[in-house]
Structures are given as structure tokens and as C-alpha cells.
Write a protein that binds this ligand. Structure first.
Ligand SMILES: CC(=O)N[C@H]1[C@@H](OP(=O)(O)OP(=O)(O)OC[C@H]2O[C@@H](n3ccc(=O)[nH]c3=O)[C@H](O)[C@@H]2O)O[C@H](CO)[C@@H](O)[C@@H]1O
Ligand SMILES: C=C(OP(=O)(O)O)C(=O)O
Length: 429
């Protein structure tokens, strides 16, 4: 299993290209199931989750190809992925494939919309909480599907096709919004999703679905209306830049000091997180090429944050922000409201000398002047990268073990950071 070795104490200076968003790419790839024509996605990141999802989709009958490198492209340019679901040959998404990645469960929406049936294993994914699927089940039932749980599989049938309806989520859910929105594109009549997720990845999916011929209004607000159409067609769509990768590197620069251009990043995708970083002492400006992040030698200020659905502070940046706060000049309180078990990084940060006390959903971080390198264990995707950020500012060597979590969502992290002066390398074993 690979690990990452970081020797801390260097500033970051230079340019980091921001990849296409993992959390947009996954539902966009799944949208290919809705049409028998080719969906071409550009700016697709090279990630383990993307590779895993191509396997799942190919099991349903999706043909895929990846364009080769083009003249003038550097190694970190996004990929172009062509997906064609000419015929769905299998409506089962098996446990062996779905258990590795939660988003793969979302195939349930397009499959039942197009094939009128689906049998999808209950999902896996990062160990950050219980992560039930009741909103998906209730939403599909509202669209007229019959649903049963059989031996760990959700079995969904809609022999007469899905029918548009009002679907109100009790709580904002990104995945349930993606899934019901995709399912509703091919339902008969109008669907109204109330308390929909407003995340940029939902907006990106809606944009792609519209390019495929779907009729959708209200994406980016909490009410989305979808007028079902009989069929969708092929399209070409560029994946939105990754706001979580953007925020992660911005926090790394705030941690180490330095001056970095996050090329291709868009500040409108993460205003709350960037404002929080400004309060912590970073200077952040949007330029024509991306976002510039600068912090001089001054200390890091403590800032309290609470995670919330978009446009609030994202849960997917909570661990990275906590890493930054471990070196703040005072105490900060970090409250996690989305997932009940997303503090697994706390005990690993403590190995580096961080002083953090967890009480229920709130962690109090007492900043320390020095972190010291140590071997640590990555427990989930964003926790992994929080340990890298802490390692970049720690004295001596930090080894982050089990980095396969990191490879799910960060494209060539060690290359991107090395180019900016970090001392970081992957140890393959
Ligand atoms: C691949 C992807 O895009 N993953 C993101 C997506 O995950 P994901 O879509 O799985 O997260 P949700 O937005 O659905 O989860 C939000 C909350 O709703 C709860 N819930 C959800 C569905 C359900 O049927 N019942 C239920 O109770 C969850 O347990 C959680 O407490 O949004 C999360 C919240 O921004 C991010 O952390 C993940 O990175
Ligand atoms: C939690 C995440 O991913 P997933 O929903 O796929 O587990 C994440 O991207 O931080």
C-alpha cells in the first residue's frame, strides 16, 4: 500500500492547476446511462473513483474511451471521456463494485428511468457516518416506483415508467438531489424537488442534462423543476473546477506561507471557505487565470466554523481547515453538522502534536506553535489530505499511510505540491 512522505517547513510558491471536480464528474458520468448517444465529458480528473465508476458503468453496458494527450497539453491537463450507453445490458449494480464508492449508488435513478427497473447494492464510501439512502427510496417511491430491499440490494421497479411528482427532502442531500433530478428527466410530467441541494456540482449536472435535451429550471436554488421528456441525446460538457481541491490547496498555502496561483479555480464556487481563510490571515484574489493565495510570515488567526450545505462552509473542507487551525495563535471551534463521524483525523493530527478536544459535534482546537512529524494513518479522503497539510508545516518527517483514500479524490497531489517547492514523495510498496 502506498504512503506519502512529507518533510515540513517549506513555503509553497508557484502554480497549481486545479482539476475538474470529482464530485461533479461522478454524477455526470452516471448521466450517460440516460441516453443511447455519446456523452463526452472534458476536464475529467484522473482519479481512482473515476476509474472505479467506469467499471461499474461498463458492467451496465456503457462503452467508454479516453482521448490521448494532445499537442501542447501538459501532464496535468484534464482528460476527455466518451461514454456511450447504446444498450443497457444489466440493470444490477453489484455489491463488489458499489461497496467501494457511495456515488455509484446514484445509478439507481437513470437505470429505473430508462429501463424501468434497477437492482443496486446498498452503498459504501468514506467512513464518515451512517449515510442512509432513505431520501432516495422515498423520492423514487414518490415518482411511482415500487421499492424493496432484498439481501442488501435496493430493488426498484416502475413497469409503467416514472411519473413526475413533488419530492420534498427532509434534509439537504447532494446525492438524492442528483439522483431524483436525473430520474425525473425521463419521467412523464413535472417533478418539483423541494429542499434541493444547491451545490455547484448539482448546477453542473443540470447544465449537462439540459445540453442533453432535459427541461430543468431552478438549479442552484432550493426548488428544482423538471419537465420530463421522452428521450435525451448526446452532448459535450466540461466538468466544473474542483472547489474542494481549490480550498485544500488554499489552506495548504495559508498553513505554510507563500504565494500560489490556483490555475483555473473559481472563487464563486467557495466564497464562504475563502472568506474564512481571509479571516485566518490569507490574502486571496480572483484573477483572470484563477485564484491567487498569499500569506506572509504573520501568524494564523483562529476562526470558528460550522459546516453547512452550500453556500455554507463545506464539510469536505472541515478536516483541512482543522489542520490549519492546529497552528493558529489561539483557540477555534469547528462544528460538523453534516456527518456525525467526521472527526477521524483528530487523533491522527494529535500524533503531530495538535491539541484538539472533541465534544459531540464540536472540536475545540488550541493552536500550538510547533507540530512535529510522525507516522500517521489516513482514514478517509479529506482526512488524508488534512494530514498532508499538517505535515507540510511540521518539523521533520511525516509519513501518511494508507493513501489509497487520497487517490480517490486528489489528482497527482504530490506532483502539484512538489512543483511549488514542497518536499513530498510517494513511497510505493
Ligand atoms: C460524491 C459526492 O458528491 N459526495 C459528496 C456528497 O455526498 P452525499 O451525497 O452522500 O451526501 P448527502 O448530501 O446526501 O448527505 C447529507 C446528509 O444527509 C443525510 N442523508 C442523505 C441521504 C439520505 O437518503 N438520507 C440521509 O439521511 C446524510 O447522512 C448526511 O447527514 O455530499 C456530501 C455533503 O456535501 C459531501 O461530503 C460528499 O463529498
Ligand atoms: C465524502 C466524500 O466522498 P464520498 O461521498 O464519495 O464518500 C468526499 O468527496 O469527501
Amino acid at each position: 500500500m502506498d504512503s506519502i512522505k512529507v518533510v515540513g517547513g517549506r513555503e509553497l510558491n508557484g502554480v497549481i492547476p486545479i482539476s475538474g471536480a470529482k464530485n461533479a464528474t461522478l454524477p455526470l458520468m452516471i448521466a450517460s446511462l440516460l441516453t443511447d448517444e455519446t456523452l463526452t465529458l472534458t476536464n475529467v480528473p484522473r482519479l481512482r473513483d473515476v476509474a472505479q465508476l467506469t467499471q461499474i458503468l461498463s458492467n451496465h453496458g456503457v462503452d467508454y474511451s479516453v482521448n490521448g494527450k494532445r499537442n501542447g497539453q501538459d501532464d496535468l491537463a484534464g482528460q476527455t471521456l466518451n461514454l456511450t450507453a447504446r444498450e443497457i445490458v444489466d440493470t444490477t449494480a453489484p455489491y463488489e463494485l458499489v461497496s467501494k464508492m457511495r456515488a455509484s449508488f446514484w445509478v439507481v435513478g437513470p437505470l429505473v428511468a430508462r429501463c424501468r427497473e434497477a437492482r443496486v447494492s446498498l452503498p459504501g464510501g468514506c467512513a464518515i457516518g451512517t449515510r442512509p439512502v432513505d431520501f432516495f427510496i422515498d423520492g423514487l417511491a414518490a415518482l411511482g416506483a415500487d421499492i424493496e430491499i432484498e439481501a442488501g440490494y435496493v430493488v426498484v421497479k416502475a413497469p409503467g415508467g416514472l411519473k413526475g411528482a413533488r419530492v420534498e427532502f427532509p434534509k439537504v442531500s447532494v446525492g438524492a438531489t442528483h439522483t431524483i433530478m436525473m430520474a425525473a428527466t425521463l419521467a412523464q410530467g413535472e417533478t418539483e424537488i423541494v429542499n434541493a441541494a444547491r451545490e455547484p456540482e448539482v448546477v453542473d449536472l443540470a447544465k449537462c442534462l439540459k445540453a442533453m435535451g432535459a427541461k430543468i429550471e431552478g438549479e442552484g436554488t432550493s426548488t428544482i423543476r423538471i419537465q420530463g421528456v421522452p428521450r435525451l441525446h448526446g452532448a459535450r460538457h466540461a466538468v466544473v473546477p474542483d472547489r474542494i481541491e481549490t480550498g485544500t490547496y488554499a489552506m495548504a498555502v495559508a498553513m505554510t506561507g507563500g504565494d500560489v496561483l490556483l490555475r483555473g479555480a473559481r472563487s464563486d464556487l467557495l466564497e464562504t471557505a475563502l472568506d474564512t481563510l481571509r479571516q485566518a490571515g490569507a490574502e486571496i484574489t480572483q484573477t483572470a487565470d484563477g485564484i491567487k493565495v498569499y500569506r506572509n510570515g504573520n501568524g494564523i488567526q483562529p476562526v470558528d466554523v460550522t459546516t453547512e450545505p452550500f453556500p455554507g462552509f463545506p464539510t469536505d473542507l472541515q478536516a483541512q481547515f482543522m489542520a490549519l487551525m492546529t497552528k493558529a495563535g489561539g483557540a477555534s471551534r469547528i462544528t460538523e453538522t453534516i456527518f456525525e463521524n467526521r472527526f477521524m483525523h483528530v487523533q491522527e493530527l494529535a500524533r503531530l502534536g495538535a491539541n484538539i478536544h472533541v465534544d459531540g459535534r464540536t472540536a475545540t482546537v488550541e493552536g500550538v506553535s510547533t507540530l512535529r512529524g510522525a507516522p500517521v494513518m489516513a482514514t478517509d479522503l479529506r482526512a488524508s489530505v488534512s494530514l498532508v497539510i499538517a505535515g507540510l508545516a511540521a518539523e521533520g518527517e511525516t509519513t501518511v499511510n494508507r493513501v489509497y483514500h487520497l487517490d480517490r479524490g486528489f489528482e497527482r497531489l504530490e506532483d502539484k505540491l512538489t512543483r511549488c517547492g514542497a518536499q513530498i514523495e510517494r513511497i510505493s510498496s
